[in-house]
Ligand binder design. Structure first.
Ligand code: SF4
Length: 328
């Protein structure tokens, strides 16, 4: 990696205390576990993994919506913890999965798109309408829609409104959480292509969270694979899709062949269902589902092993020193 880091998470963890049931003590849920991730300016980093693996929690920490229990996050070389909410919002904006629920139906398109300028206290209110209309044009929305309401728009148009809202104040990074999964298949590729064009034109950096591995392959320069709160493999997109190293990444890529990859990984490939995050298996947390598990995998936690040509994998199979002590 040679570029400048726009976002850098170092050994970040996030722990929640959740109800253990009637008359039972609260239990500790480790949603994100010692994750380090560096996102360079101008790149598209994808986060993939099954629902509940910690992707969205990690993204929320990068937006300053959840404070890490441990570790640090920097944006542009400055600790996130030292930045105010508005400062973070000017740098990082989200695009959510569902444009139907993320847009206030009682606000007009113009009001929605100018909202960040109002909320972030932009000092030039006389320019808001012009800037909103320019951004609408950039995302493919005619200016005449300025006074319409979300209910009068198609799903694709609503997502374009959400994109215009995210970009109107020119953030440096956009966190795209399943940006097309609520859209018709025919519209999905239009939105993905639009996002690619906007990235080049505006010099954006994306963190793309998606179950849609075809979209990830199309858009991302690098991919981080998460499992039960940890990144188990990180690689350039071509390398990951050509030769995934971690057994979980291999199973994940096989799920592309299922009729609905959005449903996650079919258990048939893995032999056991996704573990309860409140009961994380010891050793390698993937071992109950891993076809290549060795006896020591249930005891010893694998460490992060750098891969030749960049990236890393967290698996004893790729750790020469550990593999010897792991096999029976
Ligand atoms: Fe499978 Fe062992 Fe590697 Fe975990 S460490 S992914 S159980 S081979």
């Amino acid at each position: 990696m040679s570029g400048a880091a726009l976002v850098e998470a170092r050994e970040v963890s996030c722990t929640f205390m959740v109800s253990g049931g009637f008359m039972k003590q609260k239990r500790r849920l480790q949603a994100v576990n010692r994750v380090s991730l560096r996102i360079e300016a101008g790149e598209v980093m994808a986060l993939v993994g099954e629902s509940g693996c910690g992707k969205t929690t990690l993204a929320k920490m990068m937006m300053g919506l959840i404070a890490p229990s441990e570790g640090t996050i920097e944006i542009g070389g400055r600790p996130l913890a030292s930045l105010g909410r508005m400062e973070i919002a000017r740098s990082v904006q989200p695009i959510f999965q569902d444009p139907y629920s993320s847009l206030n139906p009682r606000r007009s398109v113009g009001s929605i798109v100018t909202q960040p300028l109002r909320v972030q206290g932009d000092p030039e209110p006389g320019t808001w309408r012009r800037r909103a209309e320019e951004m609408m044009e950039l995302v493919g929305l005619p200016r005449r829609l300025f006074h319409l309401y979300p209910g009068q728009l198609s799903g694709g148009q609503r997502q374009r409104v959400a994109i215009a809202r995210a970009l109107v104040n020119r953030p440096r990074m956009v966190i795209c959480d399943e940006p097309t999964s609520a859209l018709d298949v025919s519209v999905q590729s239009q939105i993905l292509n639009l996002m690619q064009d906007l990235r080049s034109e505006l010099g954006l950096t994306y963190l793309l969270i998606s179950h849609n591995l075809a979209a990830v392959e199309h858009m991302a320069s690098r991919v981080a694979v998460m499992y039960l709160g940890r990144i188990v493999e990180e690689a350039e997109t071509g390398n990951l899709f050509d030769s995934p190293r971690h057994p979980y990444s291999q199973a994940l890529l096989e799920s592309v062949l299922t009729p609905d990859p959005g449903l996650g990984i079919p258990d048939t490939h893995l032999g056991a269902s996704y573990p309860n995050p409140l009961d994380v298996p010891p050793g390698c947390s993937f071992h109950p589902r891993c076809a290549r598990s060795m006896p020591g995998c249930s005891v010893r936690e694998p460490r992060r092993v750098p891969l030749p040509g960049g990236g890393a994998v967290v698996c004893h199979l790729h750790d020469e020193g550990a593999a010897a002590g792991t096999a029976s």
